[in-house]
Write a new protein. Structure first.
Length: 159
């Protein structure tokens, strides 16, 4: 089995993940393309406190990506958000997504009490639920959440 390398990146050239964006678009997912656009424009560079962008690579080729941001939809710096998780279709169900999310959760625990995300596919919802995320359909822009600080309930002021 080939070794999967998870790395934090602070800068990237869009050419290094264009193949992920193209694969996503062919499956109806626009979020990798949005990641490239937002990163290139400076709108979201994953460079605020508690934020990061990770890649998964095999033999130097990026096969997956995922990010962690302060959640822009909540007015609370203790709420983080998983963003733009994408794994190349040929690498799915081989642990790549789990490795990325596990690393992002570990990092999130250093900064956040609650981690949120939004997904619109049943397969992704099942994936996140297997990792401990719970559904939360009443929060706008959020389908799933994970409580990171088990000693406290949800942050008092989410909005």
């Amino acid at each position: 089995m080939e070794q999967i390398v998870i790395a934090r990146i602070s800068e990237f050239e869009s050419e290094s993940i264009n193949h992920l964006a193209e694969g996503g678009l062919s499956q109806g997912f626009r979020f990798v393309e949005r990641l490239i656009r937002d990163y290139s424009s400076g709108l979201n560079c994953f460079d605020q406190s508690g934020e990061m962008l990770l890649t998964a690579s095999v033999q130097g080729v990026i096969i997956g990506i995922g990010g962690l941001n302060q959640d822009p939809y909540f007015n609370n710096p203790k709420v983080g958000r998983l963003r733009h998780l994408y794994v190349e279709s040929g690498w799915r169900k081989r642990g790549v997504g789990r490795l990325l999310v596990t690393q992002l959760i570990h990092a999130a625990k250093q900064h956040y009490q609650l981690l949120t995300l939004r997904t619109d596919t049943p397969a992704a919802a099942e994936f996140y639920q297997k990792l401990g995320f719970k559904t939360h359909p009443s929060w706008e822009h959020t389908t799933h959440h994970l409580q990171l600080n088990q000693e406290e309930d949800y942050p008092l002021s989410l909005y």
